[in-house]
Design a protein around this ligand. Structure first.
Ligand code: FAD
Ligand code: MG
Length: 333
């Protein structure tokens, strides 16, 4: 090797060292399967050891929340409430009560469009089962559920517990608990000193900080074309974005699409003229409950509801048109 070549190589190595690790090394990504979906936590600017410690603790926290709130796990606190006789108070721990209190607040605010008590109806529709359903339940089964459920909230909170009022009610926090788990993961990352990260559970996410001064750039999936984004969003600071859509769990039979976001008033999948709703709010729990509620309420009531709740939204209607609240953050180019 000539002397000139040796020195130019040396200069190149020194230059790279002076710049520090490149952008791809600054971003670290870890993925785990939790709550029936892929969860990815990305951090920015941490050493491998710092990233591993914080991210492992955040995933452990999400698994703890899943074990507590899942209606898919027979041993969870929620499943134990569901297995108990109706009409009798049952003690639950403070964290379950906290999430239920929030869920019932959104139930009330949305006039019942969001309903954390739909477990018996969700089971009739069988969207989370393997193999997935190919036909809807019979109309008689849905009518029987509507009769058993009756009107009203269906759940009463007591001192340190709750009562499920009738057999038409059972807890299913599928519309809010993923958001809560994301918020808990963010708290744990923060406790570990993490300032820049994103927790993404199957497209529902909360961001912290940014990527070395640049925002986190996120694509919102096109409701009918999974390989394309219908919108690109730049988020930084402390904000959550959650999407509810008719394309996540669904089946088509006799040219009709049946999806997993159910209208508690009819017992059938919501037909509000929307294909998807993305909500930006300060917590993932609020964004999760609001996106589900707005999907059921439809564009007119949904936009007014978002305004009242102080959140921003992007609604995609049946023709693929976007309707947004003025403060919904999108990428500038
Ligand atoms: P969202 O719109 O946020 O929620 C829709 C879900 O909420 C429905 O699937 C139903 O569960 C419920 N729901 C329907 N209508 C309403 C309504 N009007 N108001 C309120 N809620 C409604 N999936 C698996 O396949 N296997 C698992 O083991 C599993 N474990 C889970 C554990 C936890 C703690 C959570 C939160 C979810 C889990 N899931 C699992 C996924 C779950 O079954 C739902 O499919 C998922 O939460 C839907 O989320 P989403 O963001 O797509 O839709
Ligand atoms: Mg939701």
């Amino acid at each position: 090797m000539g002397v000139v070549r040796f020195f130019s190589l040396l200069i190149l190595v020194l230059t790279l060292t002076a710049c520090g690790p490149g952008p791809t090394e600054k971003k670290k990504e870890t993925t785990q399967l939790l709550m029936g979906t892929l969860v990815t936590i990305s951090t920015w600017g941490l050493s491998a050891a710092e990233d591993e410690k914080a991210v492992t603790a955040a995933f452990r926290e999400m698994a703890r929340v899943e074990a507590l709130l899942s209606s898919h796990k027979p041993e969870s606190a929620i499943s134990r409430v569901n297995a108990s006789p109706r009409g009798f108070p049952r003690k639950v721990d403070a964290e379950v009560l906290h999430v239920m209190r929030e869920a019932m607040r959104f139930q009330e605010l949305s006039g019942g469009a969001f309903d954390p008590g739909l477990r018996p109806l969700v089971r009739l529709w069988r969207f989370s089962e393997t193999p997935p359903p190919v036909a809807p339940p019979s109309r008689d089964e849905v009518t029987a559920w509507l009769q058993a459920r009756g009107g009203g909230v269906g759940v009463e909170l007591t001192d340190g517990g709750m009562v499920l009022l009738n057999r038409g009610v059972g807890l299913d926090l599928g519309g809010i608990a993923k958001g809560y788990a994301i918020d808990r993961a963010v708290s744990v990352l923060r406790e570990h000193g993490v300032k820049n990260a994103i927790v993404n559970a199957g497209g529902d996410m909360r961001v912290m900080g940014d990527k070395g001064g640049a925002p986190w750039r996120i694509g919102v999936q096109h409701p009918r074309n999974p390989d394309n984004a219908i919108a690109v969003v730049d988020l930084s600071g402390d904000i959550a974005m959650v999407t509810s859509g008719d394309y996540e769990r669904y089946f088509v039979t006799k040219e009709r699409r049946y999806h997993h976001v159910l209208n508690p008033g009819t017992g059938y999948p919501a037909e509000s003229g929307l294909m998807s709703v993305s909500v930006q709010a300060s917590t993932a729990m609020a964004a999760d409950a609001l996106s589900t509620a707005v999907f059921v309420m439809g564009p007119k009531r949904g936009l007014a509801f978002l305004k009242q709740a102080g959140a921003e939204g992007m609604l995609i209607d049946a023709q693929g048109r976007k309707v947004k609240t003025p403060g919904f953050r999108e990428a500038s180019e």
